[in-house]
Design a protein around this ligand. Structure first.
Ligand code: SF4
Length: 697
């Protein structure tokens, strides 16, 4: 094809979960891959943020891995694909023989597609382990847990489109769509606000969302700038206000909805019987008046929608945090209608799909529990082999076991050495593995420890499907492979799986063939085909061919055993680390619009890197004065687990006593400081609160 001008292909931006459609066009040379707008793309209608516009910059980047590599004598040397496959298969067999199948861990990736994650988790299960997980463990595992157990599905209840058209109030707690979902924010939520919707933002940091809605607390919008880790008390104060007001004047609670469609309301009332709102407000760093005003705004709306994000989920009480948002929505009847619901804004472009297709230790495709005999047997029947019935280890549990019960790790497109909390410990422990294989497009901080590196094609070069934040499954399409000795992730996994098990059931010739099998075992995708997805995509659940998919869930019933939604009162669990004499500050973390997670791609994009080339920390002016820090000073930020050198940004965007930084930069990642304490049920780490100290470097 070299020398010809190709037609642009329609695909999906590889960065965030909004799922914006873009086009890519290959020029006369394969490496000349350019961004082109897709004017009538279904989600974004041609609009694009800075990341989407710069996404093609990594496709022919000089750092691309172009050949398979094997570590020998401490150095990497080029190897043939056949040699690598043989090495990988031999090592996987050896580890299973010596230690058993649970000695391997498999990390899928939300940067890769549904078909690829489907095949990875199938390989793990055929190998004999459920130790397969993906990065949702780090972002929304607690949200998925709470939504699944209380409502039925671990996903947004509503869609961006019905929220734009029908919501009167947006309650945005621990999410920052202005920064992290820019097109959803500008194209959907801001449009609703321009037409009269009111915003209540609950967040310790004043951010781009605050600015985009011009929230100044003097008009209709409100920003409750609470202390990190006090989301349960603030929501309990809101719910208690609603309960009290309803006693004075009926209408604050939707009694009919609570009576007919929920269970557990009495438990919530009992939990809050002796709850002290004044004390809670003080603990949150807020006034009771502002909490009560927010409660009234939410409860008096015709349609109120909650957006939830990692400020809620990434706590050791992440499940309880989200459960309390669900409680608020249910007692006011704000679920099951357009413009309402509890809506997690998902991070990576396919984090929803990676969970949907079963790259998780406790569920099979379609969220079917591995320990549910009937569900497991229905999948086994299609696959033709037995699946282990005990849930496996999660990401962080696997890394805690490096060199102990876990002896080998297969990583597709993830970077745990930077993405996991207490990253210094992960870097130390990963060297204890006997075998590490990494599939990626660049030499990541994790790949540097690998025994085998398998060079994959980028997002722009391959086809498949991804599922965006509002459950819309969309097709990606690829241009010609840029580096001839790289392979698509599906092709690599097919080669490994079919050799490892000597079984054609692991060899898929193309993504559509894999999708056809996925549909058979994943009821919520069963009605979808590549043809039916077309250019618009479909929202799941889509049970039968011809179903158009549901833009909002639970109109009639909840997907729980009883068909009722589950209300459950929760009590406050403070962060595992609170300030003390040695570490008197609270460290919290968040992402930036112009970078992405561990920065594997965004740090290599000249456009994005120019915007913010290094890490920084927000310090409140009162703290800056106390520590003698001037704006722009180099400072050292420390926690019990490590230190990083960053530039101080003195700003009242953060609260006094709270320092705020990011995980994107390898030289000074926040995750060297963060705490790896886990939520008991969802096993998500507490990235959002750690005790810290700061000093001028
Ligand atoms: Fe890509 Fe998200 Fe930006 Fe859309 S909003 S262009 S999906 S990063």
């Amino acid at each position: 094809m070299s020398g010809e001008q190709r037609e642009p292909v329609k695909t999906i931006c590889p960065y965030c979960g909004v799922g914006c459609g873009i086009q890519v066009q290959q020029g006369e040379e394969p490496g000349d891959v350019q961004f082109r707008p897709w004017g009538d793309a279904p989600v974004n209608e041609g609009r694009i943020c800075i990341k989407g516009g710069a996404a093609t910059e990594v496709v022919d980047h000089e750092d691309r891995l172009t050949d398979p590599l094997i570590r020998e004598g401490g150095e990497f040397r080029e190897a043939s694909w056949e040699e690598c496959y043989e090495y990988v298969v031999d090592e996987l067999e050896r580890i299973r023989e010596e230690y058993g199948p649970d000695a391997m861990g498999f990390f899928g990736s939300s940067k890769t597609m549904n078909e690829e994650n489907y095949l990875l988790q199938k390989i793990a299960r055929r190998y004999g382990t459920n130790n397969v997980d993906n990065c949702t463990r780090m972002c929304h595992a607690s949200t998925v847990w709470a939504l699944r157990t209380s409502l039925g599905a671990g996903a947004m209840t509503n869609s961006m489109r019905d929220l734009r058209e029908e919501a009167d109030v947006f309650w945005i707690q621990g999410a920052n769509p202005g920064e992290q979902h820019p097109i959803a924010n500008s194209q959907y939520f801001r449009q609703a606000v321009l037409e009269g919707a009111t915003v209540v933002q609950v967040d310790p940091h004043a951010n781009k969302t605050t600015r985009s809605f011009e929230i100044d607390d003097t008009d209709r919008h409100q920003h409750l700038q609470l202390n990190p880790g006090t989301d349960i008390p603030v929501l309990n104060a809101v719910i208690k206000t609603i309960l009290e007001k309803h006693e004075d004047e009926a209408g604050w609670i939707d009694e009919a909805f609570v009576e007919e469609r929920t269970e557990g309301f009495e438990h919530l009332k009992e939990t809050l019987e002796d709850f002290d709102k004044e004390a809670a407000a003080e603990e949150c760093g807020l006034s009771l008046e502002e909490i009560e005003r927010a409660a009234e705004t939410y409860a008096s709306a015709d349609n109120a929608a909650i957006f939830t994000g990692m400020g809620m989920s990434q706590h050791r009480c992440g499940v309880d945090n989200v459960q309390n948002e669900i409680n608020l929505a249910l007692i006011t009847g704000n679920v099951g209608r357009p413009g309402t619901g509890v809506n997690p804004l998902r991070g990576q472009n396919n984090v929803q799909g990676t969970c949907d297709v079963g790259a998780m230790p406790n569920v099979l495709p379609g969220y079917q529990p591995v320990d549910d005999d009937e569900a497991r047997e229905s999948v086994e029947e299609v696959w033709g082999f037995d699946v282990p019935s005990e849930p496996g280890l999660t990401n962080v549990e696997i890394s805690h076991e490096f060199g102990n019960s876990v002896r080998g790790l297969y990583v597709v497109g993830e970077n745990p050495v930077m993405s996991e909390p207490d990253a210094n410990r992960v870097a130390e422990r990963i060297g204890e593995l006997e075998f590490l294989v990494v599939q990626d497009i660049f030499m990541t901080e994790t790949a540097e420890y690998a025994d085998v590196i398998l060079p994959a094609t980028t997002w722009a070069e391959r086809g498949g499907t991804v599922t965006n934040t509002d459950r819309r499954v969309q097709r990606m399409r690829g241009v010609e492979t840029v580096h001839e000795n790289t392979k698509h992730d599906l092709e690599i996994l097919s080669a490994v799986g079919s050799r490892l098990f000597d079984d054609d059931g692991f060899a898929f010739d193309d993504p559509e063939e894999a999708f056809e099998e996925l549909r058979e075992v994943c009821p919520i995708y069963h009605g979808m085909t590549y043809d039916a997805l077309g250019e618009e995509g479909l929202h799941w659940p889509c049970y039968e061919p011809g179903d158009e998919g549901d833009p909002y869930l639970y109109a009639e019933t909840f997907d729980t055993d009883s068909g009722l939604a589950h209300i459950e009162g929760v009590t406050h669990t403070p962060p595992a680390e609170t300030p003390d004499d040695e570490y008197p500050l609270i460290l919290t973390t968040a992402r930036l619009e112009e970078h992405y997670n561990t920065g594997t791609m965004s740090r290599r994009s000249p456009t994005l890197n120019r915007q913010t080339p290094e890490n920084f920390v927000d310090v409140h002016p009162a703290d800056a004065e106390r520590y003698g820090i001037e704006d722009g000073d180099g400072v050292t930020l420390t926690s019990r687990r490590g230190e990083i050198d960053v530039v101080a940004q003195v700003t009242d965007a953060t609260k006094e006593g709270v320092v705020w930084t990011t995980p994107h930069f390898a030289a000074a990642s926040a995750n060297r400081l963060t705490n790896d304490v886990l939520d008991d049920r969802a096993k998500i780490p507490e990235y959002k609160a750690a005790a810290a100290e700061i000093e001028v470097a």
